[in-house]
Design a protein around this ligand. Structure first.
Ligand SMILES: [Zn+2]
Length: 366
């Protein structure tokens, strides 16, 4: 267990991020480096050009957003050195953003080129298995934790549309349901992308069939008031990604953003970047957006980060350590131990995320 005490408590308050995709948080410089080194063609030669091609400034459809990954993932997937470096650099970036604790998610299968069917990104078959991808990411994260004084855990994703299936509506595939049942049995934590652009019914499925402990996005929960009230009663955590929701079209700016209701109701939610490479953002983008356009205050930022820490998948003792760190940084009394902790028994987290039109993820990691 790594101590959080090396973190400086000066300057901006510390933050907790629970919803960010490793493969959507790679540095453009690193993509260009491995594209050149491995002789893999990329759609641009400079950081600026690459950001123009893979970044977004205006809303796109979800398929348009997902297509961005195919431009750059070939440069990283299948390369042991690149995968480890991406995980390490991710923590350097998050430390600079004043993140004390991050849960980062990814699908190992998207980075492997062996024992995976299909092999993604038109890669030739190689010898990098999903298991080894997990080991490499863990190594990169552990090195990053030591170097940058940040704490990280990962969540392994499975994709709603894999393997070989087409998504119709919000139906769940038996394999995914079984994976979640096994996770429940094994004490593995679970989160699910639901209600991002999909309906409240998808959220209900995530809660009732997959027994998710958190909801990724979850904006459309509000279309079903009874479901929303039920989740509020259960203190369900919503992993909100404001800037992402604008660029993916999950939130229509002419409507009130769900996070405003969450704030007004003092609901349990966090603010997160989701895919900062593609959204050309940092965590500050999301905080500034909610502060400038939605009336969020510093007090609300503290409250939501404490809720994020409580809803993290850390074991109870490490969760308490994180809460103590936040209380200290925020100048609040360390009364966290008196507050009811959420139940989290396992060292592993399993999360299913489902981008509504068919990109589901499930995650695990120490
Ligand atoms: Zn996401």
């Amino acid at each position: 267990m790594r101590s959080l005490s090396v973190l400086s408590l000066s300057s901006a308050p510390l933050q907790v991020e629970l919803h960010v995709h490793l493969d959507g948080a790679i540095r453009p410089e690193t993509i260009l480096y491995y594209g050149r080194k491995r002789g893999i063609a990329l759609p641009a030669d400079t950081v600026e050009e690459l950001q123009t091609v893979i970044g977004m400034d205006k809303p796109l459809t979800l398929p348009g957003f997902l297509a961005k990954f195919s431009y750059y993932m070939p440069a990283i997937a299948g390369c042991r050195e690149a995968i480890r470096r991406v995980a390490y650099e991710f923590l350097e970036t998050k430390a600079k953003e004043r993140v004390a604790y991050v849960e980062v998610r990814y699908s190992p299968h998207l980075l492997a080129n062996a024992k995976v069917e299909p092999i993604f990104w038109n890669q030739a078959e190689g010898d990098l298995t999903p298991d080894e991808v997990v080991a490499l990411v863990c190594q990169g994260l552990q090195e990053g934790e030591s170097a940058f004084g940040i704490k990280a855990r990962s969540i392994l994703c499975c994709m709603r549309d894999q393997p070989h299936e087409t998504i119709e509506g919000s139906s769940l595939f038996p394999g995914h349901v079984r994976a979640y049942e096994e996770a429940v049995r094994s004490g593995v934590h679970r989160t699910v992308h639901a209600g991002e652009v999909g309906s409240a019914e998808v959220v209900r499925e995530a809660v009732d069939k997959l027994r998710t402990e958190r909801v990724g996005h979850g904006y459309h929960t509000l279309e079903d008031e009874a479901l929303y009230q039920r989740l509020r009663q259960a203190d369900m955590h919503f992993e909100v990604c404001p800037w992402s929701s604008y660029l993916t079209g999950a939130w229509k700016p002419e409507t009130e953003h769900a996070v405003i209701r969450f704030k007004n109701d003092k609901a349990n939610y966090s603010l997160n970047t989701d895919d900062p490479l593609i959204f050309k953002s940092t965590l500050d983008t999301d905080y500034q957006m909610t502060k400038r356009d939605m009336g969020f205050t510093e007090e609300e930022f503290k409250r939501l980060n404490i809720n994020a820490a409580k809803s993290s998948f850390l074991p109870e003792d490490e969760k308490q350590e994180l809460l103590n760190l936040l209380h200290k940084a925020y100048g609040m009394p360390c009364s966290a131990s008196a507050e009811a902790p959420r139940t989290c028994d396992g060292p592993w987290a399993l999360a299913a995320s489902s981008l509504p039109d068919g990109f589901a993820s499930v995650q695990l990691l120490p």
